[in-house]
Design a protein around this ligand. Structure first.
Ligand SMILES: [Zn+2]
Length: 70
């Protein structure tokens, strides 16, 4: 059985003043919402940062079941 998400606590990167969800902490050039990750000020995990501090678009895309292939 394959879990729907690899994990429920994805890597998040701080770019500008917003935390965005990425699929791969190092390799992703853009967040789920399409925001380019230009600077990596910090990285953490979603549950450390808290959903309230996340980019709402990333959060919505992550929580939505539909996987969108770029
Ligand atoms: Zn985002």
């Amino acid at each position: 059985m394959t879990p729907r998400h690899e994990e429920e606590n994805p890597v998040v990167l701080l770019t500008g003043n917003t935390w965005h969800i990425v699929e791969h902490s190092r390799r992703s050039a853009a967040a789920l919402c399409g925001q380019t990750i230009g600077e990596r000020r910090a990285h953490a995990r979603l549950k450390q940062v808290g959903a309230a501090n996340m980019c709402p678009r990333c959060l919505k895309l992550f929580q939505g079941d539909e996987r969108r292939d770029a």
